[in-house]
Design a protein around this ligand. Structure first.
Ligand code: NAD
Length: 330
C-alpha cells in the first residue's frame, strides 16, 4: 500500500525508514517535504493513506479533494488536531488518527528552558551592561495553565527549583498535587499571583484567546509568559501591547497565531487572515522582549521514535482491515 508523508524533514525520514524495515511493515512510503495544500494534493493520488504534520491545514475542501483521490486515512504525526476539520472528515468518510503523549518530557523540558532563558536574561550578550538584576526561580511564583501530560511534567521539573507553584485546570490532576504539593487556584488568582506563566492546555473552542487584553491587565507587572501549546491561545495584538508597555517583561513562544504562514514554502497564496498574522509577527520580531522558536519544542529523538512507531503501527492496522485504530479522532 502506498503512503504519502507530507511536510517531512530529513531527520524524521530516518526514523520512519528504520521502523518500517525493523517491524517488517514494508509499507511503500513516499516522503514529500512540501506541505499539503491545494497545489500539492495531487501528489497523494493513488494512496489510501496520507500522513501530515501540524502545519498541514486540513479543511473541508481539502478533505473532499482527498476523498475523491482515494484517501481513507489521515495519520497526524502530532498530538494537537485543531488544524483538522474532524466533523467534515467524519461526514466525508475519512478516518483521522493522531499521536497523543509521544514524549511530554520533550515539551516540558523545553518550556523550562524558556523559563530560564527569560527569567535569567540569557539573551543578553556578554558585553551588554546588566540593567536589571534577576531573581532565582526559587523566589518566583510560577503558574501552569493545563496540568495534563506536559503541564504535570513541567510542574515536576519546576518543583526541583523550589518555586512556589500554582496551577489552573478545569479537571484538576490529584496525583500531581500529592507528588508536588502544588496549589490549584482560580484562573484569576493564577494570573494575579504568578511572576511566570506557562501555557500547557490544548486549543479548543472555549479557550481561544485565553490570554487577551483583560487577562493581561490582571497579570503582575513584569510577568514572563511562555507558550509551547498553541498560538491561538493568545490574542497576539493584546500581548504585543502588553509587551510594549512592560506589563509583560518577556514572552517566549514556540508557537504563533495562524503560524501556517511561517511554513509556506510552496508559496500557496495566503488567506487574508494568515497575511494579517504574518504582519503582526513582524511587529513581534522587532520586540527585544520576544523570543520565538518555531514549533520545535517536541523535537527530540525520543519524540521522533515514538511518533514513527505509533503512526506506522496504526497505518499497518488500517491496511490489515482493523476496524478500531489506536488514537482515532473520528
Ligand atoms: P493533555 O490532554 O494531556 O493535557 C491538557 C490539559 O489541559 C488537560 O488536563 C485539560 O483538562 C487541560 N485544559 C483544557 N482546557 C483548559 C483550559 N481552558 N485551561 C486550563 N487547562 C485546560 O495534553 P498534553 O499532551 O499535555 O498537550 C497539551 C498541548 O500541548 C497539546 O494540545 C498541544 O497543543 C501542545 N503541544 C505542543 C507541542 C510543541 O511542539 N510545541 C508538542 C506537543 C503538544
Amino acid at each position: 500500500m502506498k503512503i504519502v508523508l507530507y511536510s517531512v524533514r530529513s531527520y524524521e525520514k530516518i526514523f520512519f525508514e528504520k521502523l518500517n524495515r525493523k517491524n517488517g511493515f514494508n509499507l511503500d512510503i513516499q516522503y514529500l517535504s512540501c506541505r499539503l495544500n491545494k497545489n500539492t494534493i495531487e501528489k497523494s493520488n493513488g494512496s489510501k493513506v496520507i500522513c501530515t504534520f501540524v502545519h498541514d491545514m486540513i479543511d473541508e475542501e481539502i478533505l473532499q479533494f482527498l476523498f475523491i483521490s482515494g484517501v481513507r486515512l489521515i495519520a497526524l504525526r502530532c498530538t494537537g488536531f485543531d488544524h483538522v476539520d474532524l466533523e467534515s472528515a467524519k461526514k466525508i468518510g475519512i478516518k483521522v488518527v493522531h499521536v497523543p503523549g509521544y514524549s511530554p518530557e520533550s515539551i516540558a523540558e523545553y518550556a523550562v528552558s524558556l523559563i530560564l532563558y527569560a527569567s535569567r536574561g540569557l539573551y543578553l550578550s556578554s558585553n551588554e551592561e546588566i540593567e536589571e538584576v534577576r531573581d532565582t526561580l526559587k523566589d518566583q511564583v510560577i503558574g501552569v495553565i493545563g496540568t495534563g501530560r506536559i503541564g504535570s511534567i513541567t510542574l515536576k521539573i519546576l518543583k526541583g527549583f523550589g518555586s512556589k507553584l500554582l496551577a489552573y485546570d478545569p479537571i484538576p490532576n490529584r496525583e500531581i498535587v500529592s507528588e508536588t504539593g502544588i496549589n490549584y487556584v482560580s484562573m484569576d488568582d493564577l494570573l494575579s499571583y504568578s511572576h511566570i506563566i506557562s501555557l500547557h492546555c490544548p486549543l479548543n473552542q472555549e479557550n481561544y484567546h485565553l490570554i487577551n487584553k483583560d487577562s493581561c491587565q490582571r497579570m503582575k507587572d513584569g510577568v514572563i509568559l511562555i507558550n509551547t501549546s498553541r498560538g491561538e491561545l493568545i490574542d497576539s495584538e493584546s500581548v504585543l501591547l502588553a509587551m510594549k508597555s512592560g506589563k509583560i517583561r518577556f514572552f517566549c513562544s514556540d508557537v504563533f497565531e495562524k503560524e501556517y504562514f511561517l511554513e509556506n514554502e510552496n508559496n500557496c497564496p495566503l488567506k487574508e487572515e494568515h497575511q494579517v498574522y504574518k504582519d503582526i509577527f513582524r511587529s513581534f520580531k522587532k520586540q527585544r522582549n520576544f523570543f520565538f522558536t518555531r514549533h520545535r519544542a517536541f523535537l527530540t529523538k525520543s519524540s521522533l521514535r515514538k511518533i514513527a512507531k505509533i503512526t506506522l503501527s496504526n497505518i499497518n492496522d488500517f491496511r490489515n482491515g482493523s476496524s478500531s485504530l489506536k488514537y482515532e479522532l473520528t
